[in-house]
Design a protein around this ligand. Structure first.
Ligand SMILES: C[S@@+](CC[C@H](N)C(=O)[O-])C[C@H]1O[C@@H](n2cnc3c(N)ncnc32)[C@H](O)[C@@H]1O
Length: 437
């Protein structure tokens, strides 16, 4: 590779599910090949080397940390969504293949018969005082399927507690990923929707998924993916994942990251991608998280209802693109306040990234532009200008088409001045170099 500008960043037709990337879905996942190309470029240039640290403040399901491990780096990540941190760990930490197979055999042993007995007991009207039901909302799961999911959950916990090799957390987490995916398939959640939408009533009546089959198939698929990954990566490198807010990034040391690669949310979770809604049932059923905790996730995200920071009225003076956007929103009586709150939070993350990244080292923001009140928000320009104000230097603006992606801005929005219409279908990779601290 000679230069980042020569890369076709679309990566249309590439396998985005290889290695552990295919263990579990997550909304708005980053394309692994983007991270791979950036890491390989900066390694080739001698900017980073084996054993350096890559950090992702918006980890999601861990695309950056998985690619970081594949590139022989140490990895750190933050996310405010408990499901995201669990998936990041499960996907990034390699396993001892023999132990994984041994654990799998123990989880699967007589499981089909156990689930059959649960079903028969349910059909006979038996009581289930011995099975603690998770805090899911009424009307979102068929029965006895929910009880069957609980039996699998209990089985994983039992194998975990009888395991005495010291790595039961890693192994248990890995098998819960398959249960987490099974939970989504078994529930009344409509397929292909990231928000919570239930199947229509008539479809709910006939929804009778085979819990054992779905789980067993997913376990086999995940075991194969993990085998390939674990054989590829250096087990001596580390992955540290924090359930933490990147607006403060307290666990990440100053000047510690050699490179940052991240994809921020498009906007507040409520009106763009509802990561918390997507994660609720899997996190509650497979991982024992609480209903109240999961309900907070979308309010905790950037621009969310749980306001953490004082307003920063001068923010728009720091970015002409933000000022133009807010002016257009105000003229159209659009949601200028919401846009302001989102960028205020995003700016706090930029400040923290400036603090934790070694001076001069690369920071790549993979951003998508959204619309609000039919106004195109040029997030790529705003990212560049706000970063420049913090002393970052601009290196590259790499545009990419998004193959086959249905995004909320596809219905003919209007643009702010200076931003052309064809940017709508694109993501941009904004590459900056970090300032001196
Ligand atoms: C676009 S997704 C990242 C997807 C990820 N790159 C992947 O490939 O799976 C954005 C993530 O930012 C997280 N997030 C939102 N606000 C946050 C905050 N204040 N601190 C940390 N993470 C946050 C969301 O929970 C979501 O997982």
């Amino acid at each position: 590779m000679t230069d980042l500008e020569d890369v076709d960043w679309t990566f249309d037709g590439y396998d985005t599910q290889e290695y552990t990337h295919g263990l579990h879905p997550y909304p708005a996942r980053m394309v692994p090949q983007i991270v791979r190309a950036l890491l390989s470029y900066y390694k080739h240039k001698g900017v980073i080397e084996a054993g350096d640290l890559v950090y992702d403040p918006f980890s999601g399901s861990g695309t950056t940390t998985v690619e970081g491990r594949l590139a022989d780096l140490n990895t750190k990540a933050n996310d405010i969504n408990p499901l995201a941190t669990l998936l990041t760990r499960a996907k990034s930490c390699p396993l001892d293949v023999d132990q994984m197979m041994d654990f799998r055999d123990k989880v699967m042993e007589d499981l089909a018969a156990d689930l059959r007995r649960t079903r028969e007991r349910y059909e006979d009207g038996g009581a289930f005082d011995d099975i603690r039901e998770p805090e899911v909302r009424d009307g979102w799961f068929p029965q006895p399927h929910l009880l069957e999911l609980c039996v699998i959950r209990n089985r994983i916990s039992e194998v975990e507690s009888n395991w005495d090799n010291g790595n039961e957390d890693d192994l248990g987490r890995f098998f819960r990923v398959a249960l987490s995916k099974t939970t989504r398939r078994v529930s009344f959640q409509r397929n292909g929707e990231y928000k919570r939408y239930r199947l229509a009533e008539e479809d709910r009546e006939t929804h009778d998924p085979n819990v054992y089959r779905i789980f067993a198939n997913k376990v086999e698929e995940n075991v194969d993916l993990m085998k390939e990954y674990s054989q590829r990566v250096n087990h001596d490198r580390s992955t540290e994942v924090y359930l933490a807010d990147s607006r403060t990034a307290e666990d990440i040391k100053t000047n510690s990251a050699d490179i940052v690669i991240t994809s921020p949310p498009y906007g507040d979770h409520g009106t763009t991608v509802a990561y918390g809604q997507f994660s609720q049932d899997p996190a509650i059923v497979a991982w024992g998280r609480g209903y109240d905790e999961m309900r907070e996730v979308d309010k905790e995200g950037l621009g969310g209802k749980n306001r953490k920071l004082e307003p920063l009225d001068t923010l728009e003076e720091l970015s002409p693109a933000l000022a133009a956007t807010l002016e257009t929103l105000r003229e159209k009586e659009g949601r200028a306040e919401d846009a302001m709150e989102f960028f205020r939070d995003y700016y706090a993350v930029m400040e923290q990234v400036a603090r934790v990244t070694k001076p001069g080292n690369p920071v790549a923001w993979v951003v998508a532009n959204r619309t609000m009140s039919r106004v195109n928000i040029p997030t790529h320009l705003i990212t560049k200008e706000l970063c420049q104000h913090l002393g970052f230097e601009h290196q590259y603006m790499l545009a990419r088409e998004i193959p086959n992606k249905t995004l909320p801005w596809s219905n003919a929005p209007e643009n702010v001045s200076g931003v052309t219409g064809d940017l709508m279908a694109k993501e941009n990779i904004v590459v900056m170099s970090a300032p001196d601290n």
